[in-house]
Design a protein around this ligand. Structure first.
Ligand code: PLP
Length: 235
């Protein structure tokens, strides 16, 4: 069972990696400039261990409770945890205990709580501002700041002692035009690099559209089902 799962994951990792490389090459980018973050939500820790053996080092979760329990089970393994889900501010201090990069910072309040948690646990955390790519009428909304909030949140992260403003993140609108959305995201990236020149991370692209995201300039793609398979529950 473990052997067949290992073979399945190995084949899918190889396939996704080569698709990232081809998409990068079509626009003259270096494939090594793009980080593959594997989203393991709903999948067991045994899959994380297999993926780690296959060389994956960046893992993402979108719910605090699930993340916290998985993190506890793989302590000591050299890997980076990314938090990509919506953050309730009462959970932010606890997320600060394990997250190396938080992709989904979308308010000043969450920024303050993450900074407090980072202080408490004597850590520093890379933060991305999640920018909304929904048009005004979109339902369901995928979260993120609007254009006016973007600078406030970027400024708050930049001014927080234990947080580093690393860039921006976007979730493409359901059923929408991904390349138009990614064009807006790159505009947001320019606003944020004007605050901090080193904040060059652009987290964009999921299983359905990571090649579009790479061609548009993503530095981090967040891939779940194309590697792990379809999740049983809709999440
Ligand atoms: C689940 C999730 C992903 C990965 O989605 P797939 O379609 O399974 O690749 C990426 N980003 C966020 C924010 C997610 O919640």
């Amino acid at each position: 069972m473990n052997d067949s799962r290992r073979a399945e994951l190995a084949a899918r990792v190889a396939r996704v990696t080569s698709r990232i490389a081809s998409a990068a090459e079509t626009v003259g980018r270096n494939p090594t400039d793009i980080a593959l973050v594997v989203v393991t939500k709903t999948w067991p820790v045994s899959d994380i261990l297999l993926l780690h053996e296959l060389g994956i080092r960046d893992f993402a979760e979108n719910k605090h409770q699930e993340a916290e329990s998985k993190v506890a089970e793989v302590i000591g393994l050299d890997l980076r945890w990314h938090f990509v889900g919506q953050i309730q501010s009462n959970k932010a201090t606890r997320i600060a205990r394990y997250a190396d990069m938080v992709h989904s910072v979308d308010s000043v309040r969450v920024t303050e709580r993450l900074n407090l948690g980072a202080h408490r646990h004597e850590r520093s955390i890379d933060c991305l501002v999640q920018v909304s790519l929904d048009d005004e009428t979109a339902r369901p909304r995928r979260g993120g700041t609007n254009w006016t909030e973007l600078e406030d949140v970027a400024g708050a992260i930049d001014g927080a002692e234990r947080l580093r403003l690393a860039g921006i993140m976007g979730v493409s609108p359901t059923g929408g035009d991904a390349s138009g959305a990614y064009h807006r995201l790159l505009e947001a990236s320019r606003m944020v690099t004007a605050v901090t020149a080193s904040a060059t991370v652009v987290s964009a692209g999921m299983s359905a559209d990571f090649e579009d995201a790479v061609r548009a300039g993503a530095t981090h793609v967040r891939v779940g089902s194309a590697i792990l398979g379809q999740r049983s529950a809709l999440r």
